[in-house]
Design a protein around this ligand. Structure first.
Ligand SMILES: CC(C)(C)CCc1c(C(=O)O)[nH]c(=O)[nH]c1=O
Length: 309
């Protein structure tokens, strides 16, 4: 079967890529992603200045997924912009994730990105912090509209947004209404980790990560139904935009489900953290086996063709 696809008029060898934050914080990791089998790649969400992030342990794997409260550790915007300048775009597209600590920081980064002569694709992380004491931008629809309005104005190219998961139909409607007001938003990546979960070790009677009293974003198997729902909800509501699926991918089967639900590309987070970039050949093989068994020759034979009862 043929796994080739295209995204924003760019050819991709296949629809797989990493999730921002995983295996993409430093040059050695980015070079490994550039050389691996994934069809595209994205950098760790960056802030204007370098950040150490939270004290460790700040990531833990569990039998059903992962919990993390990294605290946005990253090398700073200039580092990733420099990588973007050196990336081999003939090999695969590069996405750059931005998560400024303030709207102003985001505008500063976007203005510089606009001037940079590079075909990098911007993914704006809307789980970025808002005014202290208020919900993250992705959960504060007024702030979300303001952030997108200002950033769209400051940037002259199509870009995408990374959304937190929503759990209420009214929220799908409200978030989609905001996004649809901006044709410049070419894609929507669903989902970021499910925020503020708590993993407890029954033996030690202790939380498993140090920051935030053990509260952290949940990823992995546990988030798959929520990820598929968010992919399909925005696929239905934003017909003029592409959806990138993220959440719960550990085998070819979940890649298949994300594509069926409407994803154009599929990101891998927790399982990539555990397995490394060699997960990509495995996922591609497993996806091809499923397509062969079902008689599908190419991705478009089933992409977005989820059936209802
Ligand atoms: C949660 C924030 C620290 C505000 C953004 C960075 C981020 C982090 C992180 O760096 O802790 N972890 C996630 O699972 N998703 C994210 O978007």
């Amino acid at each position: 079967p043929d796994l080739r696809t295209e995204f924003l008029d760019l050819p991709l060898a296949n629809p797989l890529m990493n999730a921002s934050g995983v295996w993409c914080s430093v040059a050695s990791q980015l070079e490994a992603l550039a050389e691996c089998a994934a069809g595209a790649m994205v950098t760790k969400s960056c802030t204007l200045a370098q950040r150490d992030g939270n004290p460790e342990p700040r990531y833990r794997a569990t039998p059903w997924g992962s919990i993390n409260s990294m605290g946005l550790p990253n090398e700073g915007f200039p580092y990733y912009l420099n990588y973007a300048r050196c990336h081999d775009y003939e090999r695969k597209p590069l996405f750059m994730s931005l998560a400024g600590l303030t709207l102003d920081d985001n505008l500063t980064m976007v203005a510089e990105l606009r001037e940079a002569v590079t075909p990098v694709i911007m993914e704006l992380n809307l789980s970025c912090p808002n005014v202290p004491g208020k919900a993250q931008v992705g959960y504060d629809f007024e702030a979300m509209d303001t952030f997108i309005h200002e950033i769209a104005d400051a940037y002259d190219r199509p870009f995408g947004v990374k959304l937190p998961p929503y759990f209420d139909i009214a929220h799908f409607d409200e978030a989609a209404a905001i996004l649809n007001a901006y044709p410049q938003i070419a894609f929507v990546t669903c989902i970021n980790s499910i925020g503020n979960g708590l993993v407890i070790d029954p033996v030690s009677e202790t939380v498993v990560i140090r920051p935030k009293d053990g509260f952290g974003g949940i990823g992995g198997d546990f988030v798959l139904p929520t990820a598929l729902a968010n992919v399909n909800a925005f696929f239905r509501r934003c017909p003029d935009k592409k959806i990138i699926g993220c959440g719960g991918v550990r085998s070819g089967e979940q890649v298949f489900l994300h594509l069926l639900a409407g994803a154009a590309l599929v990101q891998v987070g927790t399982q990539l953290f555990e397995e490394g970039p060699l997960i990509f050949p495995r996922l591609l093989e497993e996806l091809q086996a499923i397509m062969t068994a079902k008689g599908y020759d190419r991705i478009t034979d089933f992409q977005g063709k989820l059936k209802t009862l």
